[in-house]
Design a protein around this ligand. Structure first.
Ligand code: GDP
Length: 296
């Protein structure tokens, strides 16, 4: 279910409840069940939805509803707050400072949009006066270096990589050292992905992370992976210290639920979303506007 549909379904469920002459537990439950169904169809993890339902029942007081207060508003507010809470891990991610060198490592499955997102992230900061640089520590996928090189050249961002070297750790370290010497303040390390979560990928990620000592590890997740989001995000978090999430492909058939699951699994905030294939189709993620849009 795409975001707009989710908002529509939730609105309809609230409207139906508002239309009921008496709001008793049965009517409230029916409304919450409808909302639960809508959230599940939008790929929010089952456990998160169930917890949310329990919380709302605790917050919403049936006597208040019966007393003729604006029922729709009370419940809508409770849902809004719960969704915001789910997207807020309680602490902000590490934020690089302009002029001070930071290393940011990107991790994610192959095809998640990791390489594209590295360039978008670099380009976003470059436009704001930063001096970013890209390091291709992906020696697994044939063509990865070419792709990064092409993107970097288009955006006029310095890059480092090798066609010959097969050790991603060596490339990672060399690239970071070089760009530190060149006074770049945002050194972005792109790492290998795999088609699925596998031990070799996580071991390699761990090694690159140990050697390049990133200030921030960003987990890149494709929004269309559905209910797999929670487990995938958790698996990455267990291998490297993920500190932030970027959800890609939020254009088209984007589902909002994966973002909620990724935050819950990594205890890290979503910081940007990808909204297209182009370099500038990249938005800062803000919890409240996102949830408002979600609820229609
Ligand atoms: P990687 O294997 O994780 O490095 O993934 P790539 O960066 O090569 O991206 C895989 C595909 O997803 C490419 O065709 C990208 O153009 C596309 N892609 C990446 N981000 C987005 C996005 O936000 N929206 C859309 N529509 N496509 C994206």
């Amino acid at each position: 279910m795409v975001l707009a549909e989710l908002g529509g379904s939730i609105s309809r469920a609230l409207q139906q409840m508002s239309n009921a002459t008496i709001i008793d537990e049965k009517v409230l439950n029916e409304c919450l069940n409808e909302i639960t169904r809508a959230l599940l169809q939008s790929d929010v993890q089952f456990k998160l939805v169930r917890d949310m339902q329990t919380n709302i029942k605790k917050i919403v007081n049936l006597d208040d509803l019966a007393a003729g207060h604006n029922k729709r508003k009370i419940i809508q507010q409770a849902i809004f707050n719960e969704l915001c809470k789910m997207l807020d891990p309680g602490k902000p991610s590490f934020t690089p400072k302009k002029g001070k060198p930071s290393v940011v490592m990107f991790v994610g499955l192959q095809g998640s949009g990791k390489t594209t997102t590295c360039t978008k992230y670099a380009y976003y900061h470059q436009k704001k006066g930063w001096k970013p640089a890209l390091v291709c520590a992906d020696t697994f996928r044939a063509g990865a270096f070419d792709q990064l090189k092409q993107n970097a050249t288009k955006a006029k961002i310095p890059f480092y990589g090798s066609y010959m070297e097969s050790d991603p750790v060596k490339i990672g370290v060399e690239g970071v050292e070089r760009f530190k010497k060149e006074n770049c303040d945002l050194i972005i390390v792109d790492t290998s992905g795999r088609h699925k979560q596998e031990a070799a990928l996580f071991e390699e990620m761990r090694q690159v992370s140990e050697a390049t000592k990133p200030d921030l590890v960003i987990f890149v997740m494709d929004s269309s992976i559905g209910q797999a989001a929670f487990d995938q995000a958790q698996a990455f978090k267990q291998s490297v210290s993920v500190g932030a999430v970027i959800v890609t492909k939020m254009d088209g058939h984007a589902k909002g639920g994966g973002a909620l699951s990724a935050v819950a699994a990594t205890k890290s905030p979503v910081i940007f979303i990808g909204t297209g294939e182009h370099m500038d189709e990249f938005e800062v993620f803000d919890v409240k506007p996102f949830v408002s849009r979600l609820l229609g």
